[in-house]
Design a protein around this ligand. Structure first.
Ligand code: SAM
Length: 272
């Protein structure tokens, strides 16, 4: 039986560094994470793990804990409609709103293992105008070192490419390497990946034409959600767009953005 003090210590630590909230009723979800850490650090149990972490947290111990406590669930073309709307109506909207822009800055703000930014590029090709890679600057970031390492490799299992990726795009953009699939370099090199903590780090001002920030704020409490969204709103150019996850909205958040129906999807537009 793990001591409540142990759960509290780790949940507080994770909350403080990521904003990810493990409430008391969710403490049991830390158990499997403790088991992994116990094996990794060759200690007896969660109490010994606690002693180890209380004594001194090295950068390695920090990274391993944070990686374990993030949920990196993602797949290609997740929910499909936002990707179609982004590539078709979204691009028409950008051309009209930013007639003098020769390229567009797009940020996948919690990219996990990379399927989201890759889907953005593939969507531009399959649902929008013929893909001119030079017209887009795609940035992708995540807090998880493990997830980002995988995103940077661009190598996916058969199961991962079966989730959401149409066969024609698999053939066009990936090559098979033994049992895995490697994304084509031209596409992959277009994305610049970096580690970034949405809660604690600052973002550039008025930089992005479009931000995708999907399925990450659901793990935050209202206070942190407001904090992150306010920085995201500042980072979007006036007239630029924000795409959130299917179950996410700006309800209760006071930022200068309004809902916009774009094709068959909804997004938010920043006031001009
Ligand atoms: C469920 S995934 C969503 C991935 C993708 N956006 C999608 O919709 O499929 C959530 C991602 O948010 C990242 N994350 C959680 N808290 C974060 C934070 N404070 N800063 C940056 N990324 C964070 C996690 O590491 C994880 O990869």
């Amino acid at each position: 039986m793990t001591n409540p003090e142990v759960y509290k210590f780790f949940s507080d630590y994770v909350y403080q560094h990521t904003g990810i909230l493990y409430k008391e009723q969710d403490y049991y979800r830390l158990d499997s994470r403790f088991n992994t850490l116990v094996k990794k650090f060759e200690v007896k149990d969660a109490s010994e793990l606690f002693n180890l972490y209380v004594q001194k947290i090295t950068p390695e111990m920090h990274t391993i804990l944070i990686d374990l406590c993030t949920n990196n669930e993602t797949y290609f073309m997740r929910d499909l409609k936002p990707f179609k709307a982004f590539a078709k109506e979204g691009m028409d909207y950008l051309k009209e709103t930013f007639p003098n822009s020769i390229s567009y800055n797009i940020w996948s703000a919690a990219c996990s293992t990379g399927q989201e930014p890759l889907s953005l590029l593939m969507a531009l090709d399959s649902f929008g105008d013929k893909l001119n890679l030079n017209k887009y600057k795609i940035e992708a970031s995540d807090i998880s070192t493990n997830a980002l390492d995988k995103a940077k490799k661009g190598l996916y299992t058969g199961l991962e490419v079966q989730r959401g990726l149409p066969a024609n795009l698999l053939i066009q953009y990936f090559s098979q390497v033994e049992d895995n699939w490697q994304v084509n370099k031209d596409l992959h090199n277009k994305i610049s990946f970096k580690k970034l903590n949405l809660l604690t780090e600052s973002f550039p001002l008025n930089e992005y034409h479009i931000i995708f920030c999907r399925n990450v704020l659901i793990y935050q409490d209202m206070e942190n959600k407001k904090k992150i969204l306010s920085k995201i709103s500042d980072a979007i150019k006036p007239g630029g767009l924000l795409f959130m996850g299917a179950g996410e909205s700006l309800i209760g958040v006071d930022i200068p953005m309004k809902q916009l129906e774009l094709g068959k999807a909804f997004c938010y537009v920043k006031d001009s």
